[in-house]
Design a protein around this ligand. Sequence first.
Ligand SMILES: Nc1ncnc2c1ncn2[C@@H]1O[C@H](COP(=O)(O)OP(=O)(O)O)[C@@H](O)[C@H]1O
Ligand SMILES: C[C@@](O)(CCOP(=O)(O)O)CC(=O)O
Ligand SMILES: [Mg+2]
Length: 328
Amino acid sequence: MTVSSAPGKVYLFGEHAVVYGEPAVPCAIEVRARVGVERRDDSKLRVHAEDLSLDGFTVEYGGGADERPDVNASESLLMAATQYVDSAIEQVREVTGEEDVGFDVTIESDIPLGAGLGSSAAVVVAAIDAGTRALGTTLEPAELAERAYRTEHEVQDGQASRADTFCSATGGAVRVEGDDCRSIEAPDLPLVIGFDGGAGETGELVSGVRTLREEYEFAADTVEAIGDIVRNGEDVLADGDVAELGRLMNFNHGLLSALGVSSRSLETMVWAARDAGADGAKLTGAGGGGCIVALDPTEETETALSFTPGCEDAFRAELAEEGVRRIE
Ligand SMILES: Nc1ncnc2c1ncn2[C@@H]1O[C@H](COP(=O)(O)OP(=O)(O)O)[C@@H](O)[C@H]1O
Ligand SMILES: C[C@@](O)(CCOP(=O)(O)O)CC(=O)O
Ligand SMILES: [Mg+2]
């Protein structure tokens, strides 16, 4: 068995706007997805995703064209559950030129699904890395990130940036603008995450912003204003001024909210964090439900969030210096 892991991430700034060419700064966090891969004698694909529970069920399926998935679930739910992994394995086949190779794939993830912490990117990065290594090819992080991006781009109907996948592949803090992806220096940030137990539909949320942006000039201006916040935020990050970073995160959240991607529970958690004295708080990722990220060096925000109705889990997140990790 070949096993790789890859980290999730939070966006300090710039989600959604990054899809339209504005810069974004995501930051990898020490919450990981692990993917184990073993070559099969036939060309079938069997995926066992122990932690994959959508509406409370676990799925184990074989992705071969002639094999019905062994699970009692609707076709659409299964699609949501399996398409990233299927597409990642397609990339492995393409990179290695072994078009007919089959795999047993096992996924274990500590990253909540669809909650804005980049579970899809982490699973895809780890799957492509383990899959290619199982066939004797070790990809450089940049190539791995590019292949993982192609997967997200395909599954999300052409609406994906390189931010999540590059960040997950390389680790640390990164800056992404179009196809320009680079690692940047970041101070040790006091990141606190609040999770409402729910999820957002990335594709739908991205489409919603796209429509607004086409419909209203002020929505397009809002997307550009997020880009301005990111450009400011980069300088502030380099200075290590946490209070100012927090102010910019608050501003960024307000604009995401204006673009319609926040939710009642995300707002509740953002305000609970601010009331507790956090330097700043915003939703992270696609939104619609899931996680917020706050900056607070004290225990106050974590404690306040853990008593906030609608917040299911609150925890401190460490920056993940290492991206993809080759475990065995
Ligand atoms: N543990 C897992 N096992 C299998 N697939 C997963 C797992 N975690 C995430 N995924 C895939 O990623 C999708 C969620 O990705 P997305 O909607 O982009 O949210 P996010 O990346 O913010 O977590 C899931 O529907 C599933 O296809
Ligand atoms: C909304 C977006 O900017 C980030 C999505 O992040 P996540 O999948 O919700 O973690 C989309 C993208 O960059 O591909
Ligand atoms: Mg995702």
